[in-house]
Design a protein around this ligand. Sequence first.
Ligand code: SF4
Length: 360
Amino acid sequence: MRLMDLTDRPTGIIWDVTYACPLRCTHCYSESGRRSPKHVSHADMLRIADALTSLRPFMITLAGGEPLVLQRITEVGEHIAQAGIPVLIYTSGWSLRSSVVPELARVFLQTVVSVDGATADVHDRIRGRAGSFDRAMKALTMLENEAARRAVTGEAPLRYGIDYTVVRSNFRQVEEFCVGIAGRFPHLSSVSFGVAVPSGLANRTSYTEHELLTDAEVDQIDDPALVARLRSLAPNSIEIRTSTNRELQMHPDDIAATPDFRPLQVEPDGQVRAMPIYEGTVGSLLVEDPAVLWNRAQARWHDPFVVDTLRPARTMAEWAAAARRIDQHFGSAESRTRIAQRPAFLPLTPVPVSADSIAG
Ligand code: SF4
């Protein structure tokens, strides 16, 4: 295996460990729960983990899909941590069991729960399943209780945070969230408000028209006055962040301007995505040298089709259109079939599917 130049390594790796998920979020970037889970055996997960750690990223995030549906996911996280790479895990909270919480505390640098609204009606509509807000609150309560217990006993602290994906239908609740939700959890470390980007189900034309933030709203998220206001509303102990997530576009000008942003995304079966939010892979970590795959991924960022497609995209609608073109150009035949079968987004989607109608 060729030695990595550490100045050129990926800064952060996101590994979607499964596409299985009990929820049906309207913005899901990975279309999880509506496709084959694609996760591999535990032994192969450890092989993928070894391949990822060989790249010496600053951190690895386990996401999905829902990582906690995999029974031995904390062992995978521990395997990564033992290689000296900090590892985080993202969850909707739906599948969290209390018995797993101490393991999360022991293994992960941070456990992040996704919550997309200050009220159950807004969150559940976005997340596509009745009861998902209550489950997320229950998960946060379990994490809070363990964090509080550890603070008393002096054990290593449990760090946990909230990730809030900002779309039009929950944008107006960000202040309410800082007061009513963040304030409930005294040991909560952080709340991150990140704008939904046009990836996966979120780059459908219908979704772009109705639910992705407008360009003016994206600018508001970046406004220091809003950030200061949110910080003033939340308890001082909680780190409040906002992000436009524009860097995920990987616009050629931004790549040149921000050489320290070098993301890598991996699919459940070890296929390496060339660019995190767009379809298209460059090979499998289970059969090829990770350094070679990383070089191939970076080469895609400068591919003439990618550069020509992304360079004129400045607005959210233009970015979404560019994303659809890249998905069609680089996606596999299987991906293009899946994309063609996506239903249109209905802005007034009534009631999320009932809790009993989906296994998970
Ligand atoms: S919880 Fe995450 S992976 Fe599951 S459907 Fe929602 S966005 Fe997709």
